[in-house]
Design a protein around this ligand. Structure first.
Ligand code: KMH
Ligand code: ZN
Length: 315
């Protein structure tokens, strides 16, 4: 008789992406855009089980995306005081921002994590909002429509620039990979010694312009990452819109981590808008716990991802 060696299943890190730059206020009343609402929903998402909070800023008056560090300054301290969750700042920003604008907040606040988008691509949300007649703010409709012609720019030089500018701060990355080729772009930087393990790969499924949200694709991306990086990476998955819960559940069942939040989907179920970020975090947490998985605390996430710690940020 052979005795199987039992390895403990690693705890699952839940990231919550609180507001993003894809959705607009008319699409859901729950989408936070004032600093107070972003802070409140972020704190509640952490209380519900999110170890990492992925954050963008929006103009407080009309909810349009902004990279202005002064706006980030209106909610980051409030979140840092009320939760020990890991703060992860976007460097993807929004379609209208330059790479410099996208980086400004991360450079100023030196968070434990920031996003790093691993390739250029079409990135469109022009199919959203086709049924909306009355928009809350004038910027929303043209913004969504213009995305049909948008190229999300993340060249090798852009990525190298982020790595160079952030290199002194000990910030680690959420490597957002929207297609299999983006894993090879990541391998290029790993081979040059510019990205060190353990690196956090966020597989992004279901963006129009990226890989589709199909179960086979999730397996394919994981297998490709295993082949390229072996045990050097920590895997997480997000999926857009209605795919959010099924695809993240699949990823967790394959040993991965998950990202939810209103940045990625406005829904909690078929045709039902989520009431908050915390509601989505609570739902995925319940699913995973019912399946026998344990949820990582922020400090456990810090250990898994070798983060510098909450005391080392500049806000
Ligand atoms: N909205 C996600 C699909 C970033 O902030 O760097 C992509 C994202 C980009 O999270
Ligand atoms: Zn984002």
């Amino acid at each position: 008789m052979t005795t199987a060696v039992k390895r403990p299943q690693p705890k699952v890190i839940i990231t919550c992406a609180v507001t993003g730059a894809i959705h607009t206020p008319t699409l859901s009343d729950a989408l936070p855009y004032t600093p107070q609402d972003i802070a409140q929903q972020a704190v509640e998402a952490a209380q519900a089980g999110a170890a990492i909070l992925h954050l963008h800023a929006r103009n407080p008056e009309d909810g349009s995306p902004t990279g202005d560090p002064d706006v980030f300054a209106q909610f980051l301290p409030a979140i840092g005081e009320r939760t020990d969750a890991v703060i992860n700042l976007t460097t993807g920003g929004s379609p209208e921002m330059t790479v410099e604008q996208r980086l400004a907040a991360a450079l100023r606040f030196r968070p434990e994590m920031c996003s790093l988008n691993m390739g250029s691509m079409n990135f469109s949300m022009h199919l959203m909002g086709s049924k909306v007649k009355d928009w809350k703010f004038p910027w929303e409709k043209p913004y969504i429509e213009a995305s049909e012609a948008f190229i999300f720019r993340n060249t090798f030089r852009d990525i190298a620039r982020v790595l160079e500018l952030m290199s002194d701060f000990g910030t680690r990355y959420e490597h957002e990979c929207y297609d299999i080729g983006h894993l090879y772009n990541l391998a290029y930087f790993v081979d040059r010694g510019l990205i060190k393990p353990p690196f956090f790969i966020q597989g992004v499924f279901g963006i129009l312009g990226g890989i589709g949200a199909d179960y086979d694709n999730v397996v394919f991306m994981k297998r490709t990452a295993d082949r390229l990086f072996g045990g050097d990476y920590v895997w997480s998955v997000l999926a857009a819109g209605k795919h959010q819960m099924p695809i993240t559940t699949q990823a967790a069942m394959m040993g991965g981590n998950v990202r939810v939040g209103l940045e990625d989907s406005l829904f909690i179920g078929r045709g039902r808008l989520a009431s908050s970020n915390a509601q989505q975090v609570g739902k995925i947490r319940l699913i995973l716990e019912e399946l026998g998985m344990e949820i990582a605390t922020p400090d456990e996430a810090r250990q898994i991802l070798a983060l510098k710690g909450q005391a080392e940020v500049a806000f």
